[in-house]
Design a protein around this ligand. Structure first.
Ligand SMILES: Cc1cc2nc3c(=O)[nH]c(=O)nc-3n(C[C@H](O)[C@H](O)[C@H](O)COP(=O)(O)OP(=O)(O)OC[C@H]3O[C@@H](n4cnc5c(N)ncnc54)[C@H](O)[C@@H]3O)c2cc1C
Length: 492
């Protein structure tokens, strides 16, 4: 039987390695961490196998969709952390930050040509998906992408999961095997050849390392042709920051997660999604840290597959169970969906029942209709919606329950469904630190019925699940939240 981790490997072009190559090239694109990273682990194993050094190439381009100061700063802070961590070691780490669009492609090609093989991060959406497809065709050495995204390897599913329940059944079947074959904490410890790599002639001059640019990140960012209107937030894009957040969550949020995660005032959720998105922290280590907080006496033998039900699988603390359902099932169902569906971001990828019901209601009269920038600047008639949008715009995050309401209302207050989808993708990915992620598309498309079922029919929504600000106000603790973000409206 195949080891579960073999489902993480995607050989994208040829098999014959370039024996004359100088190094194994690991292109760190999205899982930007040196720990608990299967792709890095695989690259180290290849380097040892071919008796070659390893070169880690981490890059940031300028012309990625929704490029802005906010995401750029986050990315560069992570690179700076790697630079600091590796500066007194023999690890060959080349960090590269484009000043002009297109430079990174040139740098990557030059490095790939001189390599034995390329190892890259597998990722099912956004430019990383495109990069892997395109670069594998363009290079003349083996290009292997490795999935280090979640607990259940992407290729374990053989088709797109249509619901969380369907995916949870698969998760329950494979969890123990996957969890007990974890990524290594420090894969670089196994690296045998620590020689300095020989870079292509003239490479360093043509594509200088980002080291100096990282000394003054805001100053460097100001020189770039990216969107400067989306400001840097107070959240640091480093692994240390993420580990601090995980520790805080376990100490203060986990024990009340099940009951309070939806209350904006309670602040009981982990807030880890931006760091998960940029791969600074791995899902595995979060799951491990949380499972270590099961009640005394609990162990892995208590895990009981229960045919996809959302409780009773982990069989311990209900808070742990509820959190793990979000971080494993809900996070990964979106990765697996996108992996099997290149059309993951297209309206027509919605289930048939959704397309049918929306067709029936497409001409329903809308009481309020807003344009994109009215939404962007929190200029609707609805106080809660405006506050949620202000939080997103100003801080780069939005609380989960309000995110659902936010999306549902955009459907209701936009002239037609396809425009609503475009607006949601634009606003989410323009402002959210965790945007441009498989879960951006799961969340947005969930508002349109993906992974959900049909509900009672009503105007505009058809059979989509319906949400209102009034019931949200009654159901959630929101006062402090509205004081904080509602009042900012006047600043705009
Ligand atoms: C319209 C809309 C847009 C969304 N856009 C994004 C996005 O761009 N990026 C993103 O990561 N998530 C998105 N989500 C899902 C969810 O809102 C966030 O993952 C969650 O709010 C992150 O906060 P947290 O880290 O405190 O989550 P916690 O409650 O602490 O959960 C831990 C982790 O589990 C995962 N998770 C939790 N809830 C969900 C969920 N409902 N769906 C999928 N994964 C989940 C996330 O990785 C999260 O970091 C969106 C949801 C909606 C309805």
């Amino acid at each position: 039987m195949k080891n579960i981790n073999s489902y993480r490997k995607f050989k994208r072009n040829k098999n014959e390695v370039n024996q004359d190559g100088e190094y194994i090239l690991y292109w760190m694109q999205i899982n930007r961490r040196l720990q608990y990273n299967y792709a890095l682990e695989y690259a180290v194993a290849l380097a040892n196998k071919y008796d070659k050094p390893l070169l880690i190439f981490e890059s940031v381009i300028t012309n990625y969709p929704w490029a802005s100061d906010r995401f750029h700063a986050f990315l560069l802070e992570g690179m700076k952390e790697h630079l600091d961590e590796l500066k007194d070691t023999d690890v060959n780490y080349y960090c590269f930050a484009e000043s002009e669009a297109g430079e990174m492609q040139g740098a990557f090609h030059a490095l790939a040509e001189n390599s034995v093989a390329v190892v890259a991060d597998e990722y099912p959406v956004y430019i990383i998906r495109e990069n892997n497809e395109k670069m594998a065709e363009e290079v003349d050495v083996p290009y292997i992408s490795i999935d280090s995204n979640g607990i259940i390897p992407l290729d374990v599913t053989d088709k797109d999961p249509y619901s969380a329940y369907f995916f949870r059944r698969i998760m329950q079947e494979h969890f123990l095997e996957a969890y007990t074959n974890p990524p290594k904490k420090d894969p670089l410890d196994d690296l045998e050849d620590q020689k300095e790599v020989k870079l292509p002639d003239g490479f360093k001059e043509k594509y200088p390392k980002a080291d100096e640019k990282l000394e003054d990140i805001p100053g460097f960012i100001r020189t770039l042709d990216i969107n400067h209107d989306i400001g840097i937030t107070d959240k640091k894009g480093t692994r240390q920051y993420a580990l601090g957040k995980l520790g805080d969550f376990i100490a203060h949020g986990l024990h009340r997660y099940d009951e309070e995660r939806n209350d904006p005032d309670a602040d009981a959720a982990s807030g880890l999604s931006p760091w998960l998105h940029f791969g600074l922290i791995s899902e595995y280590e979060i799951v491990k840290a949380v499972l270590d907080h099961q009640p005394d006496g609990w162990d892995l033998d208590d895990i009981t597959p229960n045919n996809g039900k959302n409780s009773g699988f982990f069989n311990g603390d209900p808070n742990v169970e509820s959190f793990l359902d979000e971080v494993i099932t809900w996070r990964e169902v979106g990765f697996h969906f996108a992996h099997h569906r290149p059309d993951y971001d297209q309206f027509d990828s919605l289930p048939d029942w959704v397309l049918k019901t929306l067709k029936k209601h497409e001409d329903d009269k809308r009481e309020w209709v807003y344009e994109l920038e009215e939404f962007a600047q929190s200029q609707t008639h609805d106080e809660i919606w405006n506050a949620a949008q202000t939080q997103l715009r100003e801080t780069g995050i939005m609380q989960n329950y309000l995110r659902m309401l936010w999306g549902k209302k955009i459907i209701e207050w936009t002239k037609d469904y396809r425009t609503a989808l475009d607006y949601m993708i634009e606003l989410n990915n323009r402002y959210a630190l965790d945007g441009r992620d498989p879960n951006s598309y799961s969340g947005i498309f969930w508002c349109f019925g993906r992974f959900d079922r049909a509900w009672q029919e009503r105007p505009i929504y058809g059979k989509l699940r319906y949400m209102t600000s009034d019931s949200t106000r009654k159901k959630l603790k929101l006062d402090q939240y509205l004081n904080k973000y509602g009042s900012q409206k006047s600043l705009l």
